[in-house]
Design a protein around this ligand. Sequence first.
Ligand code: ARG
Length: 459
Amino acid sequence: MKLWSGRFGKDTDALVNDFNASIQFDQRLYKEDITGSLAHAKMLGDCGIISKEDVAAITEGLLGILADIEAGKVEFTADNEDIHMNVEALLTARIGDAGKRLHTARSRNDQVALDFRMYVREQIPVIVGQLLELETVLCRQAKQYQTAVMPGYTHLQRAQPISFAQHLMAYANMFSRDVTRLEDCAKRLNECPLGSGALAGTTYPIDRWETAKDLGFDAPMSNSLDGVSDRDYALELMSALSILMMHLSRFSEEVILWCSWEFKFIELDDGYATGSSIMPQKKNPDVAELVRGKTGRVYGDLMSLLTAMKGLPLAYNKDMQEDKEPVFDAIDTVEMCLPVFAAMLDTMTVRTDNMRKAAGKGFINATDCADYLTKKGMPFRDAYTVTGHLVAACTQQGKTLEELTLDELKAVSQLFDEDVYEAINLENCMALRKSYGGPAVAETTRQIEAIEDFVAARK
Ligand code: ARG
């Protein structure tokens, strides 16, 4: 029999019963639900709305249910629709009338808003911790490759010399922003919806500040309609997770490229690669490909909730029950991707020899050649044109810039001298890029230290 059978002339149709239920997925919120109920009951007692004896019975009953759920002794049922009504039914079965008093001055609307918000709040530090681990791996790897010259690319064309350390630190900076985005989300979501009631508050003399404080919130939410209707925190979380996955996906794409025979800049550990069922020679970067693939799924999670929310009038609508699965899926996906991705990077072998070889071809010192002439007095635009002619000549003759003789260089500009070979030496080209943020060792050292400080400040 349903809670609401008093007003109804017949039972819920079996089809509707299953269709309406969310217990299959919202049972994940059992701990938050019980924590919220404990705080609500305590407040009801403190405000004289229910007796202290009832509070004691409710508290004991709820703690017993929590222990039994964690011991796997509780079976939930779709007949009680969701986690909130399942817990309430269990409680009432165990302690009788006191259990029926728990829901005084509360609605499932503020209850679910509270539980879900607390769940999101708890998962943020988990994901932040995983991001910090990943950043630590990147710093450790980067320290070993500060002088490893590799081509930096634009348009996937070799462009200018960088170090592998600088490339890794680019990602570390993205992951730091992901951390601060999540921290922002945690800060903003930390207001308590409990006490909003169904939508219009309550006539009972409740103390919303007490429950807010007991549950670790900075304050109660200011407006009861907003309290039950707001899902911004879930959307903010999924936006942050979508951006995070976009970063992981770009990184994955590079790992996949770097593992190819065309690049061979890295080799993955055998434990982090897979073989083919037919081609004996294959070693595939499945982990990186799956992370890239799962990015689409997290974007989908974000879009599904944005779309579910877009036309909803205030306040609660049942559509909002659709908020949970995408959020759970996005959280699960990210929490699965981050550790395996970090471990893959931690165990990879870096082929600095192949990076250096690739850097040697593709004229990535052409800018430095033009800069050499500019420093000798030629306007940069002219130096750029002269160097362009040299590159064209080299391409025809199958040579690199540093293989041209001084006579050949002087034929296009008298400003060339012996010291040009120093200026276009790739190691020098990289070492001299000392501008703030550049690939010179002093700069990558500063970048690595900045990331290490960022991580340390959060440990
Ligand atoms: N299971 C519901 C949800 O997830 C709880 C709130 C139900 N409220 C209601 N008025 N039907 O949103």
